[in-house]
Design a protein around this ligand. Structure first.
Ligand code: NAD
Length: 406
């Protein structure tokens, strides 16, 4: 297949591009490299040394003889350029990773809120609009998030996208309908993913576009089979307070002897998936497209759920790290349960990598190896969800608390 990987220079997009290229697909990365600019804006860098996209693809060619093409396009702004690109390249499938994906970054300031909404919603809409306009029947696979469901405890398992409901008619009968599970975003970033869902629903219904939406859990880990082939193929690893996801942050904190920073009681339960499994799920989704006229196909792309404090304790046990409980910069329930259905990927043959078996490798192979590159001052998470919360977090900055723990 000829596959366009939108956002293919990113944390999930890069290993996905390598995996699909390895399988013989003709892979074309489309990216505006905005994530690299955000590193510059924040004054941070990936823990792992990351080469330019041109150099990465050159190394891939040298190692495997296979070509991955790179196209510099801003999907949110360069609609006409992307449309012409589609007409020229005619991909069979498009994987859409190209959004601003950090909740803390999206909540930093009003400018960051505007940027996240404009970038994410425009990019998604431009892709859908261009598909209709060019008449291209490419299967669109989008990376959404488990966060669209929200994190409230309701005592029931979260279904894969849709909820059956009964509505009482005027005559008092009940009609059965299937609706999108109620959206309950917890940040501006998550809100854009909820808006994406509606865009997909409309374009699938109105224009018969074939869309798969993957509601992904938090991705952890760094390496996949292909990124291990050469040092310069290494994936990015974000550890900073804005882009670092909870588990990868704990791993690097353990490696540099920094207390594991748990927000609030650590009672938040979240869904997780290893990067290797994420890449495999995307391949499974590509191989099982919906038909034209079908509703959007939704998968829950996660393999296990954990409470944040349990994760911290698991890592502390394995590494001897200390744990620091800090004020939570987010507006969210202090404790929640999370039960998620994920039978569809398991039925397609996914055999998950578990945290228990993979964690220590990550600490040794990645976190400790590159610990010398860490800027400790960038580890704290300081973006607060509201102005009131900002005051509480400022009153109790991580630095002072951490000294008393460490
Ligand atoms: N990383 C996770 O834990 C996680 C969890 C759930 C869902 N997701 C979703 O998966 C997708 C990929 O996540 P990631 O961690 O690889 O993010 P990332 O930030 O590392 O990668 C996103 C890529 O998209 C590019 N991009 C952003 N806006 C663009 C635009 N307007 N035009 C062209 N390119 C653009 C960026 O330059 C970057 O290379 C995101 O949509 C994210 O919401 C990620």
């Amino acid at each position: 297949m000829k596959i366009a990987v939108l956002g293919g220079d990113g944390f999930v997009g890069w290993p996905t591009s390598l995996h699909l290229s390895d399988q013989g697909h003709d892979v074309h990365i489309v990216d505006n490299l905005s994530r690299r600019w955000i590193d510059t804006e924040l004054g941070v860098q990936s823990l792992t040394p990351m080469d330019s996209i041109q150099e990465r693809t050159r190394i891939w060619h040298q190692e495997t003889g296979r070509k991955i093409h790179f196209h510099l396009i801003d999907l949110a702004r360069d609609y006409e350029v992307f449309k012409q690109w589609l007409v020229r390249e005619k991909p069979d499938a498009i994987i859409h990773f190209a959004e601003q994906r950090a909740a803390p970054y999206s909540m930093k300031t009003d400018r960051h809120k505007n940027y996240t909404v404009n970038n994410n919603v425009n990019a998604t809409h431009n892709v859908l609009n261009a598909l209709v306009e060019t008449g291209l029947d490419a299967h669109l696979v989008h990376l959404g998030t488990m966060g669209v469901y929200g994190y409230s405890t309701i005592g029931a398992a979260i279904p894969e996208g849709y909820l059956p409901v009964g509505i009482e008619t005027l005559e008092g009968d009940t009609v059965n309908q299937e609706i999108l599970y109620p959206a309950n975003p917890g940040s501006i970033y998550h809100m854009t993913k909820c808006l994406d869902q509606l865009l997909f629903q409309f374009y699938a219904k109105n224009d018969g576009l074939r869309v798969t939406d993957l509601h992904q859990g938090i991705v952890w880990g760094t390496h996949t089979e292909q990124t291990r082939k050469h040092d310069q193929l290494i994936n990015r690893f974000d550890y900073d307070g804005d882009y670092g996801t909870v588990l990868n942050r704990f791993l690097i904190q353990a490696a540099i002897d920094y207390p594991l920073t748990v927000h609030g009681t650590g009672g938040q339960t979240r869904a997780f998936i290893h990067i290797q499994d994420s890449v495999r799920c995307i391949e499974l989704a590509l191989n099982n497209p919906p038909k034209a006229g079908d509703k959007v196909k939704i998968f829950n792309q996660m393999t296990e759920t954990h409470r944040v404090r349990d994760l911290a304790e698991m890592i502390a046990r394995k590494t001897g790290a200390k744990i620091a409980y800090l004020p939570n910069p987010r507006k969210e329930a202090a404790e929640n349960d999370l039960v998620v259905r994920n039978e569809q990927f398991l039925a397609l043959g996914l055999d998950p990598i578990t945290l228990e078996e993979g964690l220590l490798d990550e600490v040794v192979e990645v976190a400790r190896k590159y610990a010398y590159r860490v800027d400790r001052s960038r580890v704290p998470a300081v973006s607060a969800w509201t102005k009131d919360i900002a005051k509480t977090v400022e009153k109790d900055p991580e630095g002072t608390r951490l000294k008393s723990v460490g």
